[in-house]
Design a protein around this ligand. Structure first.
Ligand code: BG6
Ligand code: MG
Length: 215
Protein backbone atom coordinates (compact mmCIF):
# COMPACT_ATOMS: atom_id res chain seq x y z
CA UNK A 1 0.00 0.00 0.00
CA UNK A 2 1.07 3.63 -0.32
CA UNK A 3 3.42 4.42 2.53
CA UNK A 4 5.02 0.99 2.35
CA UNK A 5 7.90 0.86 -0.10
CA UNK A 6 6.55 -0.78 -3.21
CA UNK A 7 8.93 -1.80 -5.96
CA UNK A 8 6.98 -3.57 -8.67
CA UNK A 9 3.74 -3.87 -10.55
CA UNK A 10 2.54 -7.22 -11.87
CA UNK A 11 -0.13 -6.99 -14.53
CA UNK A 12 -2.70 -9.46 -15.62
CA UNK A 13 -3.03 -9.43 -19.41
CA UNK A 14 -6.52 -10.38 -20.63
CA UNK A 15 -9.00 -7.71 -19.56
CA UNK A 16 -6.34 -5.40 -18.10
CA UNK A 17 -3.80 -4.56 -20.83
CA UNK A 18 -5.74 -5.92 -23.80
CA UNK A 19 -9.37 -6.83 -24.33
CA UNK A 20 -9.03 -10.38 -25.54
CA UNK A 21 -12.00 -11.41 -23.38
CA UNK A 22 -14.30 -10.89 -26.39
CA UNK A 23 -12.15 -13.34 -28.39
CA UNK A 24 -12.19 -15.90 -25.57
CA UNK A 25 -15.96 -15.50 -25.46
CA UNK A 26 -16.40 -15.94 -29.24
CA UNK A 27 -14.17 -19.04 -29.34
CA UNK A 28 -15.81 -20.70 -26.29
CA UNK A 29 -19.27 -19.81 -27.60
CA UNK A 30 -18.54 -21.56 -30.91
CA UNK A 31 -17.38 -24.64 -29.00
CA UNK A 32 -20.34 -24.59 -26.60
CA UNK A 33 -22.82 -24.23 -29.48
CA UNK A 34 -21.22 -27.28 -31.16
CA UNK A 35 -21.73 -29.25 -27.93
CA UNK A 36 -25.28 -27.86 -27.51
CA UNK A 37 -24.29 -26.34 -24.19
CA UNK A 38 -25.82 -23.08 -22.99
CA UNK A 39 -23.16 -20.36 -22.67
CA UNK A 40 -23.54 -16.64 -22.06
CA UNK A 41 -21.49 -13.61 -21.00
CA UNK A 42 -22.19 -14.24 -17.33
CA UNK A 43 -20.71 -17.74 -17.54
CA UNK A 44 -17.86 -16.23 -19.55
CA UNK A 45 -17.12 -13.91 -16.61
CA UNK A 46 -16.43 -16.97 -14.47
CA UNK A 47 -13.64 -17.91 -16.90
CA UNK A 48 -11.63 -14.75 -16.23
CA UNK A 49 -8.19 -15.66 -14.95
CA UNK A 50 -9.03 -19.37 -15.01
CA UNK A 51 -6.88 -21.82 -17.03
CA UNK A 52 -8.06 -23.28 -20.32
CA UNK A 53 -8.66 -26.71 -18.77
CA UNK A 54 -10.59 -25.29 -15.81
CA UNK A 55 -12.58 -23.07 -18.18
CA UNK A 56 -13.66 -26.12 -20.18
CA UNK A 57 -14.85 -27.82 -16.98
CA UNK A 58 -16.96 -24.75 -16.11
CA UNK A 59 -18.54 -24.82 -19.58
CA UNK A 60 -19.21 -28.56 -19.30
CA UNK A 61 -21.18 -28.07 -16.06
CA UNK A 62 -24.21 -27.72 -18.37
CA UNK A 63 -23.25 -30.49 -20.76
CA UNK A 64 -25.73 -33.36 -20.95
CA UNK A 65 -24.38 -35.41 -23.90
CA UNK A 66 -22.41 -38.66 -23.82
CA UNK A 67 -19.37 -38.88 -21.49
CA UNK A 68 -16.25 -37.13 -22.77
CA UNK A 69 -12.88 -38.87 -22.51
CA UNK A 70 -9.71 -37.05 -21.44
CA UNK A 71 -8.55 -37.27 -25.07
CA UNK A 72 -11.78 -35.69 -26.32
CA UNK A 73 -11.44 -32.86 -23.78
CA UNK A 74 -7.90 -32.21 -25.01
CA UNK A 75 -9.24 -32.05 -28.57
CA UNK A 76 -11.97 -29.62 -27.50
CA UNK A 77 -9.38 -27.36 -25.86
CA UNK A 78 -7.25 -27.46 -29.01
CA UNK A 79 -10.28 -26.62 -31.12
CA UNK A 80 -11.08 -23.63 -28.91
CA UNK A 81 -7.48 -22.49 -28.91
CA UNK A 82 -7.24 -22.68 -32.70
CA UNK A 83 -10.32 -20.48 -33.11
CA UNK A 84 -9.03 -18.13 -30.40
CA UNK A 85 -5.60 -17.79 -32.04
CA UNK A 86 -7.18 -16.98 -35.39
CA UNK A 87 -8.89 -14.06 -33.68
CA UNK A 88 -5.69 -13.05 -31.85
CA UNK A 89 -3.82 -13.00 -35.16
CA UNK A 90 -5.91 -9.97 -36.16
CA UNK A 91 -4.55 -7.94 -33.23
CA UNK A 92 -2.20 -5.03 -33.87
CA UNK A 93 -0.39 -2.46 -31.66
CA UNK A 94 -3.55 -0.35 -31.96
CA UNK A 95 -5.25 -2.82 -29.63
CA UNK A 96 -3.32 -1.32 -26.72
CA UNK A 97 -4.55 2.10 -25.66
CA UNK A 98 -2.16 5.03 -25.41
CA UNK A 99 -3.32 5.31 -21.78
CA UNK A 100 -1.94 1.83 -21.05
CA UNK A 101 1.32 2.40 -22.97
CA UNK A 102 1.96 5.78 -21.37
CA UNK A 103 1.18 4.59 -17.84
CA UNK A 104 3.53 1.61 -18.21
CA UNK A 105 6.28 3.93 -19.49
CA UNK A 106 5.75 6.40 -16.61
CA UNK A 107 5.87 3.64 -13.98
CA UNK A 108 9.12 2.38 -15.50
CA UNK A 109 10.56 5.90 -15.50
CA UNK A 110 9.74 6.15 -11.80
CA UNK A 111 11.88 3.07 -11.19
CA UNK A 112 9.23 0.39 -10.76
CA UNK A 113 9.87 -3.08 -12.13
CA UNK A 114 7.05 -4.32 -14.34
CA UNK A 115 6.04 -7.93 -14.85
CA UNK A 116 3.27 -9.83 -16.55
CA UNK A 117 1.32 -12.37 -14.48
CA UNK A 118 -1.11 -14.13 -16.81
CA UNK A 119 -2.69 -17.61 -16.77
CA UNK A 120 -2.60 -17.62 -20.56
CA UNK A 121 -0.33 -19.84 -22.61
CA UNK A 122 -0.83 -17.35 -25.45
CA UNK A 123 0.54 -14.40 -23.46
CA UNK A 124 3.80 -13.99 -25.39
CA UNK A 125 1.99 -14.35 -28.72
CA UNK A 126 -0.39 -11.56 -27.69
CA UNK A 127 2.40 -9.29 -26.39
CA UNK A 128 4.23 -9.72 -29.70
CA UNK A 129 1.10 -8.95 -31.73
CA UNK A 130 0.50 -5.72 -29.83
CA UNK A 131 4.17 -4.82 -29.49
CA UNK A 132 4.30 -4.83 -25.68
CA UNK A 133 7.08 -7.37 -25.04
CA UNK A 134 9.62 -4.63 -24.36
CA UNK A 135 7.48 -3.04 -21.65
CA UNK A 136 8.17 -5.86 -19.15
CA UNK A 137 11.16 -6.87 -17.06
CA UNK A 138 9.73 -10.36 -16.56
CA UNK A 139 6.95 -12.55 -17.88
CA UNK A 140 5.18 -15.21 -15.85
CA UNK A 141 2.44 -16.97 -17.79
CA UNK A 142 0.47 -20.17 -18.27
CA UNK A 143 3.60 -21.94 -19.51
CA UNK A 144 5.53 -21.66 -16.24
CA UNK A 145 2.83 -22.64 -13.77
CA UNK A 146 1.15 -25.82 -12.64
CA UNK A 147 -1.73 -24.16 -10.76
CA UNK A 148 -3.86 -21.40 -12.21
CA UNK A 149 -5.42 -18.42 -10.37
CA UNK A 150 -6.78 -18.24 -7.64
CA UNK A 151 -3.59 -20.12 -6.75
CA UNK A 152 -0.85 -17.50 -6.22
CA UNK A 153 1.79 -19.37 -8.26
CA UNK A 154 1.78 -17.15 -11.36
CA UNK A 155 2.34 -14.00 -9.26
CA UNK A 156 4.86 -15.61 -6.89
CA UNK A 157 6.87 -16.68 -9.96
CA UNK A 158 6.63 -13.17 -11.44
CA UNK A 159 8.06 -11.68 -8.21
CA UNK A 160 10.78 -14.34 -8.19
CA UNK A 161 11.69 -13.54 -11.82
CA UNK A 162 11.96 -9.86 -10.83
CA UNK A 163 13.93 -10.69 -7.68
CA UNK A 164 11.47 -8.69 -5.55
CA UNK A 165 9.60 -9.68 -2.39
CA UNK A 166 5.85 -10.35 -2.86
CA UNK A 167 5.18 -7.75 -0.14
CA UNK A 168 6.63 -5.08 -2.41
CA UNK A 169 4.41 -5.91 -5.39
CA UNK A 170 1.15 -4.50 -6.61
CA UNK A 171 -0.97 -6.79 -8.77
CA UNK A 172 -3.39 -5.23 -11.27
CA UNK A 173 -6.30 -7.56 -12.04
CA UNK A 174 -9.76 -7.64 -13.61
CA UNK A 175 -10.67 -11.11 -12.29
CA UNK A 176 -11.93 -12.10 -8.85
CA UNK A 177 -9.74 -15.22 -9.12
CA UNK A 178 -6.78 -12.93 -9.82
CA UNK A 179 -7.47 -10.72 -6.79
CA UNK A 180 -7.68 -13.87 -4.62
CA UNK A 181 -4.39 -15.07 -6.13
CA UNK A 182 -2.69 -11.74 -5.40
CA UNK A 183 -3.92 -11.75 -1.78
CA UNK A 184 -2.77 -15.34 -1.34
CA UNK A 185 0.68 -14.25 -2.58
CA UNK A 186 0.79 -11.50 0.07
CA UNK A 187 0.68 -8.78 -2.60
CA UNK A 188 -1.42 -5.60 -2.79
CA UNK A 189 -4.36 -6.28 -5.09
CA UNK A 190 -5.58 -3.52 -7.39
CA UNK A 191 -8.97 -4.22 -8.97
CA UNK A 192 -9.95 -2.79 -12.36
CA UNK A 193 -12.98 -3.52 -14.55
CA UNK A 194 -15.01 -6.44 -13.12
CA UNK A 195 -12.65 -6.66 -10.12
CA UNK A 196 -13.15 -3.00 -9.20
CA UNK A 197 -16.42 -4.15 -7.65
CA UNK A 198 -14.82 -6.96 -5.66
CA UNK A 199 -14.59 -6.34 -1.91
CA UNK A 200 -11.31 -8.25 -1.53
CA UNK A 201 -9.42 -5.78 -3.77
CA UNK A 202 -7.14 -3.55 -1.61
CA UNK A 203 -7.38 -0.70 -4.10
CA UNK A 204 -10.07 -0.13 -6.75
CA UNK A 205 -9.41 1.92 -9.85
CA UNK A 206 -11.79 3.20 -12.53
CA UNK A 207 -9.21 3.51 -15.29
CA UNK A 208 -5.65 2.36 -15.95
CA UNK A 209 -3.96 5.76 -15.56
CA UNK A 210 -5.27 5.96 -11.97
CA UNK A 211 -2.33 3.71 -11.13
CA UNK A 212 -0.23 6.87 -11.10
CA UNK A 213 -2.08 7.92 -7.94
CA UNK A 214 -0.46 4.99 -6.12
CA UNK A 215 3.12 6.08 -6.81
C1 BG6 B 1 -6.54 -15.83 -18.75
C2 BG6 B 1 -7.96 -15.53 -19.18
O1 BG6 B 1 -5.75 -14.69 -18.90
O2 BG6 B 1 -6.00 -16.89 -19.53
C3 BG6 B 1 -8.79 -16.80 -19.11
O3 BG6 B 1 -8.52 -14.54 -18.33
C4 BG6 B 1 -8.13 -17.88 -19.94
O4 BG6 B 1 -10.10 -16.53 -19.56
C5 BG6 B 1 -6.71 -18.11 -19.45
O5 BG6 B 1 -8.88 -19.10 -19.85
C6 BG6 B 1 -5.98 -19.18 -20.26
O6 BG6 B 1 -5.77 -18.68 -21.56
P1 BG6 B 1 -5.17 -19.49 -22.77
O7 BG6 B 1 -4.78 -18.40 -23.75
O8 BG6 B 1 -3.96 -20.23 -22.27
O9 BG6 B 1 -6.21 -20.40 -23.27
MG1 MG C 1 -7.86 -10.95 -16.77
Amino acid sequence: MKGRIMKAFIFDLDGVLVFTDKFHYAAWKELADGLRVYFDKEINNRLRGVSRADSLEIILERYTGPALSKQKKTELMEQKNNSYRKLLAQMTPEDVSSEVRETLAKLHEKGYKLALGSSSKNARFILERVNLMEAFDAISDGNNITHSKPDPEVFVKAAEFLGISPLECYVVEDAHAGIDAAKAAGMTAVGIGEAAGYERADVKIGCFSELMELV
